[in-house]
Write a protein that binds this ligand. Structure first.
Ligand SMILES: Cc1ncc(COP(=O)(O)O)c(C=O)c1O
Length: 386
């Protein structure tokens, strides 16, 4: 199909939830490169919004998934599922948390986390309903995660949203007083992706966790975007030196196959009973195989080191071109610029794909396999802007 045909069909049949999309469609990807239906090659520095952790069509990943398709895609969770058990064990090993619940997306993983926080107090002591989250946070688009997302624009059309969510400003110590003995959980992203790639201050995070622990409040870290090596460690909370009670992941875990997970401590897991939660699709043999292979390839190819080395190279390159106050960690990078949508478009005209948040930030989320050649190519495209 031509691009024009695709756009026309989309306008006719797809509910307009994305507005006017960028007039491009891709039908092939290799490594860090995408090919459009018009046959043009683009350097992908956006990685499907932090999903394509291994880039496109990684040979080992593709061959493992083909093998899995040939053997088994789905069974009911009424039965034991080997890949589920293996991936749960692996996630526990790399996170230090004890147990795992699978989901199909980031929002669903967060939904499970919020439910488990309320269940914990329901079973453990007095019920607690209150959940504290940060202003400008983004946790998903289900009713629970919409309420958790501290952005009015998401709430307005859906009111009444789920009650008992309270929002505090990031890096504001005074507002930590909102966390009290009625608070079931405090839920945070350590690098807030959707509001401009903004890192939380390490001292503030320590104080937030101390305050939460003082009231037995559970700490939920939403690592849907930061998790699975994106920031240069398996999980960003490991870089902050904190011990959360619940951690959620999704995006990069499946390398493009939908999967999410909420990982919990033993004491949280003990409060969850059969029937409290479930999902038809979550933790399928296919999705869990994808997760297992992503983690295996990250280990085999030392991609955590690559994230740190390439993250530094990108920052050096940006600095040498005069970009200042670059935010984020590892390969989750926010670059302050004037008129970021226009800069994105100009880069696209040079066949480089990046994202933007709002009008003032470029967002770089390249695959974890990105190399020096790609960093240089981005640098050349940026030079052509000036
Ligand atoms: C931090 C964070 N949490 C949750 C979500 C929601 O994930 P999903 O779109 O897979 O439901 C996102 C998506 O961008 C996210 O960045």
């Amino acid at each position: 199909m031509t691009l024009e045909n695709i756009i026309e069909m989309d306008k006719n049949f797809y509910v307009n939830i994305f507005g006017d999309r960028i007039p491009l469609a891709f039908n092939k990807g290799r490594g860090c490169y995408l090919t459009s239906v018009e046959g043009d090659e683009y350097l992908d520095f956006y990685g499907g919004v932090a999903v394509n952790s291994l880039g496109h069509a990684h040979p080992k990943f593709v061959s493992a998934l083909k093998e899995q398709l040939d053997s088994l895609i789905h069974t009911s969770s009424t039965y034991y599922v080997e890949n589920q058990a293996l991936l749960a064990q692996k996630l526990s090993e790399i996170s230090g948390l004890s147990k795992v619940v699978f989901a199909n997306s980031g929002a669903e993983a967060n939904e499970a986390a919020l439910k488990m926080a309320r269940l914990y107090f329901y079973r453990y002591s007095e019920p607690r309903r209150k959940v504290v989250t940060l202003t400008n946070s983004f946790h998903g688009r289900t009713f629970g995660t919409l309420a958790a997302s501290g952005q009015n624009k998401f709430h307005t059309p859906f009111r009444p949203i789920l009650q008992e969510f309270h929002y505090i400003n990031p890096n504001d110590d005074e507002m930590l007083e909102e966390i009290d003995d009625c608070t079931a959980a405090v839920m945070i992203e350590l690098v807030q992706g959707e509001c401009g790639v903004r890192d939380l201050d390490a001292g503030y995070v320590k104080r937030l966790v101390e305050r939460a622990k003082a009231f037995d409040t559970l700490v939920i870290v939403d690592e849907v975007q930061t998790g699975i090596a994106r920031t240069g460690a398996w999980f960003a909370y490991q870089q902050y030196g904190i011990k959360p009670d619940i951690v959620t992941v999704a995006k990069g875990l499946g390398g493009g196959v939908p999967i999410g997970a909420a990982m919990v401590t033993d004491s949280v897991a003990r409060m969850i009973k059969p029937g409290d939660h479930g999902s038809t699709f979550a933790g399928s043999p296919f999705a869990c195989r994808a997760g297992l292979e992503v983690i295996k390839i990250i280990e085999e190819e030392n991609l955590i080191d690559n994230v740190n080395v390439m993250g530094d190279k990108i920052r050096e390159m940006l600095n040498s071109l005069g970009y200042r106050n670059v935010r984020g960690k590892g390969l989750m990078i926010g670059v302050p610029v004037d008129n970021s949508p226009l800069v994105c478009q100009m880069l696209r005209d040079n066949h480089v794909i990046v994202g933007n948040v709002g009008l003032d930030t470029l967002r770089l989320l390249p695959p974890l396999i990105v190399g020096e050649a790609e960093v240089e190519r981005l640098g050349e495209a940026l030079k052509m802007l000036s």
